[in-house]
Design a protein around this ligand. Sequence first.
Ligand SMILES: *Cc1c(COP(=O)(O)O)cnc(C)c1O
Ligand SMILES: *[C@@H]1O[C@H](CO)[C@@H](O)[C@H](O)[C@H]1NC(C)=O
Length: 241
Amino acid sequence: MVAPVAAALRAVLARAGRAAERSGRAAEAVRVVAVGKTKPVSMLRQLYDAGHRCFGENYAQELVAKAPQLPEDTRWHFIGHLQSNKVKPLLAAVPNLDMVEGVDNEKIANHLDRAVSSLGREPLKVLVQVNTSGEESKSGIDPSRCVELAKHVKLGCPHLIFSGLMTIGMKDYSSTPENFKALVNCKLEVCKALGIPTEQFELSMGMSGDFEKAVEMGSTNVRIGSTIFGPREYPNKKQNQ
Ligand SMILES: *Cc1c(COP(=O)(O)O)cnc(C)c1O
Ligand SMILES: *[C@@H]1O[C@H](CO)[C@@H](O)[C@H](O)[C@H]1NC(C)=O
């Protein structure tokens, strides 16, 4: 019997593939990152056993705890805002960290660059996180500064591989077509300024509620949590008091 999460993933892959084809690309042009935050490793393992390899987490400690429990060929993505003090422990504990989606300031880029170097790791792929829903904030750089930060990562961080841009949209993990359009505009500006071919550029946009629209608008990487794993269950804090 196919595990329910594996069936849900299969449906997501099919929907993402059809959306890619509607955008004039091959179904394989879009990567689905299975976002398992708050979910047990046993559920992630069911997807691994069904052949899936790409998983995302957005709490550093949770990723550090889960990574050793899945095989080494798992490709982990850290998604969202990363704190400077978590960089070194995260990179040390997760040798198969494949991408950090969420570099939103120069300081964090420099921390990552130094940590990769001092650990003697392979260069690490990173996406610059853009806040497409408002003014500059902690989570994502303002679109007007995306070229500046992309340039810093590409030219000033030799141990990082600048691979593209990522956006969350709104704080509640929803996005509008305007958010996606804003990210596409940033991509065009960055590609032009840094001489990067647009077809070699990643755009991480689209989550459970809106990934098909995001793919139609050019996303190469969708981050899907609840549509695969079901609603997130956060521990009730009161129980700890
Ligand atoms: C949790 C999370 C997701 C997944 O959200 P769903 O709406 O459950 O698919 C995507 N991106 C980031 C950065 C997240 O933290
Ligand atoms: C983007 O910035 C605005 C304004 O600071 C803020 O309200 C919003 O929550 C930010 N979006 C995200 C996803 O953090």
